[in-house]
Design a protein around this ligand. Structure first.
Ligand code: SF4
Length: 253
């Protein structure tokens, strides 16, 4: 974004640097000029930089281990400008549009979280607003892609869904004008808007520790706990009903 009222975003690609932490050369080029030089030239007069997508925000697949080209995200190259990260692979179009619209309309940058993402779109996990969440809480999980639970639309946690650790707006804004999003299509979230998601193991590995979710120790325990709570509630209800019935009977006698 230029320091005037212009809203020019400077880049949407990660920079490729040499093995030193301070980039001195570049392997990617555009129009015969190193990307890194063009990025720095464009950034010089900008008020802020919007890092579109996970490549610009985190480095994404180029920066995945062993990162042979030493690709780095924008914030590791430009240090003297505010950087707004809009990660996602790809990012949601409405989110991209809204960030620019916000800046152009209010002439200020949106409030960002600790990682530099606009809070208005990245303050909640996919899991927090997922329409399959009641099944998670009830301990109802898909165990195989073609099982009966899959047909019923149960939770995809056991199939590797990364929704519990992924911050993005997919489960609220959705895609293609709000028509759907990956989980609604039957596939778990792969966590594409999180830093280093390519290096976090298979997309189909189950998250083993999601302790940060309030009282929820992990999803497996949740299932058992839910069954236990329901069982206790049923037993209590039955006991109260029996007492009431006995009392009514006694009154009539
Ligand atoms: S684990 Fe995935 S599918 Fe299940 S409720 Fe959370 S986000 Fe939705």
């Amino acid at each position: 974004m230029r320091s005037s009222r212009s809203t020019k975003a400077t880049t949407s690609s990660p920079a490729r640097a040499t093995r030193r932490s301070t980039p001195t050369a570049c392997t990617a080029s555009f129009g015969g000029k190193p990307y890194l030089d063009q990025l720095k030239r464009a950034a010089k007069d900008c008020k802020a930089i919007i890092s579109w997508g996970s490549c610009a925000s985190w480095g994404c697949v180029q920066a995945a281990r062993p990162n042979p080209t030493r690709a780095v995200p924008i914030h590791q190259v430009i240090h003297d400008k505010p950087i707004i990260k809009v990660p996602g692979c790809p990012p949601i179009p409405e989110v991209m549009t809204a960030v620019i619209t916000y800046i152009a309309t209010f002439e200020k940058l949106p409030e960002l979280d600790r990682q530099g993402r606009p809070k208005m779109f990245y303050s909640q996990r996919i899991h927090d607003k997922c329409y399959r969440r009641p099944h998670f809480d009830a301990g109802q999980f898909v165990e195989a892609w073609d099982d009966e639970s899959a047909r019923k639309g149960y939770c995809l946690y056991k199939m590797g869904c990364k929704g519990p650790t992924t911050y993005n707006a997919c489960s609220t804004v959705r895609w293609n004008g709000g028509i759907s999003f990956p989980i609604q299509s039957g596939h778990g979230c792969i966590g594409c808007s999180e830093d280093g998601f390519w290096d976090n193991g298979s997309f189909y590995n189950r998250l083993t520790n999601i302790n940060q979710f309030g009282v929820e120790a992990n999803a497996d325990q949740i299932g058992k706990a839910a069954i236990g709570v329901v069982g206790a509630a049923v037993a209590a209800h039955a006991a109260v009903t029996a007492i009431k019935a006995a009392r009514d009977k006694g009154g009539k006698a």
